[in-house]
Write a protein that binds this ligand. Structure first.
Ligand code: EPU
Length: 344
């Protein structure tokens, strides 16, 4: 029997730990159960993974669909390994499984909170690797036709924290399985600051451990201090815009992208705006990593929303750059945007 509950309490289902409730909570654990849900589901609804990238902005959310299909299968060829994981698997446990079995390519993505099904939606990435680097295909269940479509890597239209699944396909279906193409031949990716100090003969387990250590030292543990990781995306600006900022702040960290664009560090912009460690009531900007908004004791998601607006406005005033949220913000009517009331 499928898990279906009404007036369901979601505190355990969001890493900000806000006590919102949803009018209906569906947790299908098979495709058959998914078929059943889809016949009953009516908008507004929201597809939730483990709730580590979602802010509940009100005491009530829309209906929640949390796919919970489990299973991992492996197919090996001479040089590659294809690891297929169902959407309800935990991402970090999948990475752990791959590292243990010496399937290489995801060790830099250790300890990212969340489910496998959510990982392609925003193309999770950290320490020089993105999901897009290792995806072979994604299976997506189409609500309209009740069938499963296969998307190869290019069809996923991956970008920085972006994919087709959060754009044209948003709420039209749900990811049910992700297949990773991993290597049998070890080659470390140590380009990112913090990994570049590792010795050349480092093993994949060492990289895995180092990434865990780095994350634990830089990012607050949501189990101890509720948060949803980076709240904003790192802004990508034109080279002209970058030159403008660089003239004023020569130490601005920058990461060249394709098409002559430059990625800036939102955490740096927030810190330079004087907001690192800033507190607004029971919420605040983290004291170590300014890109993370934390919930000290609030029971109301509006508090984070107000803080996010304050951060957005302060950075806009100082740098003339509009930060865009990475975290998805849900009201009872569906997703909402972060819009400033008035441009100063
Ligand atoms: N910085 C500051 N002050 C801060 C935070 C950062 O000056 O308070 C500077 C750092 O010194 C560094 C630069 O900003 O020069 C970049 O910082 P960091 O390496 O910590 O990474 P990030 O850009 O803040 C991104 C991802 C993280 C990911 C890390 C590591 C985004 C939105 N965030 O953060 O992803 O773990 O790189 O690869 O792209 C997430 O998405 O939730 C997440 C945690």
């Amino acid at each position: 029997m499928m898990n279906m509950q009404s007036k369901y309490q979601l505190t355990q289902h969001n890493s900000f730990a806000f006590p919102a409730t949803c009018p209906a909570f569906y947790q299908p654990s098979s495709i058959d159960e998914l078929n059943e849900v889809v016949s009953r589901l009516s908008p507004p609804f929201y597809i939730l993974g483990e709730g580590s990238n979602t802010l509940f902005t009100e005491q009530t959310t829309s209906t929640i669909l949390q796919p919970n299909i489990k299973g991992i299968t492996v197919e090996e060829s001479e040089n590659f390994v294809f690891v297929s994981a169902k959407c309800g698997e935990n991402w970090h446990e999948l990475v752990n499984f791959c590292v243990e079995h010496e399937y290489y390519g995801v060790e830099n993505l250790a300890l990212i909170p969340g489910s496998v099904g959510a990982s392609p939606v925003q193309n999770i990435g950290a320490y020089g690797t993105e999901l897009a680097d290792v995806v072979e295909q994604v299976k997506w269940y189409d609500f309209k036709n009740k069938n499963i479509k296969t998307f190869d890597r290019s069809a996923c239209q991956f970008g920085y924290r972006d994919s087709i699944f959060k754009n044209s396909l948003a709420n039209k279906g749900v990811i049910v399985e992700v297949t990773l193409k991993l290597s049998r031949k070890w080659q470390a990716n140590l380009t990112y600051n913090g990994l570049d100090s590792l010795p050349k003969n480092v093993s994949s387990k060492d990289v895995f451990q180092q990434v865990i250590k780095l994350r634990q030292s830089k990012l607050p543990d949501p189990n101890k201090l509720p948060n949803a990781g980076s709240f904003f995306k790192n802004p990508i600006v034109s080279s002209e815009e970058f030159e403008r900022i660089k003239t004023l702040y020569c130490a601005v960290p920058s990461y060249p992208q394709k098409d002559n664009k430059i990625k800036l560090a939102a955490g740096w912009l927030i810190e330079q705006s004087g907001l690192k460690g800033f507190k607004l009531g029971d919420v605040g900007v983290d004291e170590t990593q300014a890109l993370v908004l934390v919930n000290y004791a609030s029971k109301n998601g509006q508090d984070i929303l107000q803080l996010a607006k304050h951060v957005q406005k302060t950075v806009l005033d100082k740098f003339d750059i509009m930060l865009q949220p990475e975290v998805r913000m849900l009201s009872k009517d569906g997703l909402i945007q972060l819009t400033l009331d008035k441009k100063a």
